[in-house]
Design a protein around this ligand. Structure first.
Ligand code: GAF
Length: 382
């Protein structure tokens, strides 16, 4: 957790509302492997990171609530709970979505005053939206003593994103943000919703992100299209999700579907297999296999699932050229970050040369982040 960020929202809250708030830390995530598998009820291997959202909040004594984005000083005054606006863009939508979900569950929370601030670049594939949703539900659970379990909070955050914000995402981001553990990746089965924390003692290695700084306009529409393709293939196979489809079932269906759709479904089946191999590799401390799986995942995302882009491919190729152990695009695709497993002694030179080469090629630098695998949502005590 970023203590400075938390102290800064505490100070802003105190000067604005004159009272000591409850302080919450809500992290972003990386995903080691298992991309576009969560909404297919597949396997994923995310981990919470030391970048995220800090939130200060308290029940409002005045009755009316007040939500403040500390960075922009933008203020949102929520109305009565029966008046949740039908649609809203921007950060308040994540909080309104949570309120709507609580409403559906018969919970009508009283208003809160809150201040938040984050250090997660938005649109970079580090789950800034899930971090906002998780911070709010975690915070409300604390100050209003709602008694929600960790899984209920994940479900509410996920439902808010789907039903109010309108993104048909899987459950990985919200789950990793709540269940994350320091030094561990979360091996999550998105069908059973059972998970196991896998130790990742990467003594000589550093997870390094390179943010392309781009988010192509295709990102949202292509995400939904991919999801529809997968769902339609599962339906044709007579099952609920691609998780229940085997390669022989897919081969039998081949004459009835386009080669394109076949390739995409095959990617999902292969990516699930890669997640299992990656878990074994980590448990055996076999980082060369883990690294190879990352490159294979990228290849699949580029050629089979077709969610990469020129900028991401450029950075992954560069990592390959420099002998980086493993690299791939991360998250939904069409921009955002690459994830790189880099030997600690090579991190500086890898970052410097990536920035230089990326700038030469695309006219502006990529942004590096050396991240630490950290705990999920937490209460902060100063
Ligand atoms: C985005 C979504 F929000 C996740 O649910 C997941 O599908 C990911 O893209 C791709 O793996 O982050």
């Amino acid at each position: 957790m970023d203590r400075n960020l938390i102290e800064s929202v505490r100070t802003s809250f105190l000067s604005r509302f004159g009272e000591e708030p409850v302080l919450i830390w809500s992290p972003g995530r990386i995903n080691v492997i298992g991309e576009h598998t969560d909404y297919n009820q597949g396997l994923v291997l995310p981990a919470a990171i030391d970048m995220g959202i800090a939130m200060a909040l308290k029940i409002s004594r005045k009755g009316a609530g007040e939500w403040v984005a500390a960075d922009t000083e933008e203020v949102y005054i929520p109305g009565a709970f029966q008046d949740i606006p039908e649609k809203r863009e921007g950060w308040a939508a994540y909080f309104l979505g949570i309120l709507q979900e609580l409403h559906k569950r018969g919970i009508r929370p009283v208003n809160v005053q809150l201040v938040f601030r984050g250090n997660l670049p938005s649109g970079a594939g580090l789950s800034s939206s899930a971090a906002l949703e998780n911070a709010f539900i975690f915070g409300l659970n604390q100050v209003l003593e709602l008694g929600l379990s960790a899984m209920e909070m994940v479900e509410i955050s996920h439902a808010a994103e789907q039903n109010y914000v309108g993104v048909r995402c899987g459950i990985m981001d919200q789950y990793a943000g709540i269940f994350g553990r320091a030094g561990k990746a979360i091996f999550l089965d998105c069908k059973s919703l059972r998970s196991e924390a896998i130790s990742m003692p990467l003594t000589d290695y550093q997870w390094t992100l390179l943010d392309t700084g781009v988010k192509h306009h295709l990102a949202d529409s292509a995400y939904n299209e991919r999801r529809e393709t997968c769902e339609s293939i599962a339906r044709k196979c007579g099952v609920r999700s691609l998780r229940e489809v085997t390669t022989s079932m897919l081969d039998a269906l081949r004459p009835e579907i386009t080669p394109d759709d076949y390739r995409k479904a095959l990617f999902v089946l292969e990516e699930n297999a890669r997640v299992m191999q990656a878990v074994t590799a980590i448990q055996n401390n076999d980082l060369s296999t883990l690294g190879r799986l990352l490159y294979e995942s990228h290849k699949g995302l580029k050629y089979q699932y077709e969610v990469s882009c020129e900028e991401l491919d450029f950075l992954v190729d560069l990592a390959g050229e420099r002998g980086v152990q493993g690299a791939r695009m991360m998250g939904g695709g069409f921009g955002g970050c690459t994830l790189n497993l880099v030997k600690k002694k090579d991190v500086r030179s890898f970052i410097d040369s990536s920035i230089e080469r990326y700038s030469d090629r695309f006219g502006s630098p990529c942004t590096p982040y050396e991240i630490k695998i950290s705990d999920g949502c937490n209460l902060y005590h100063s």
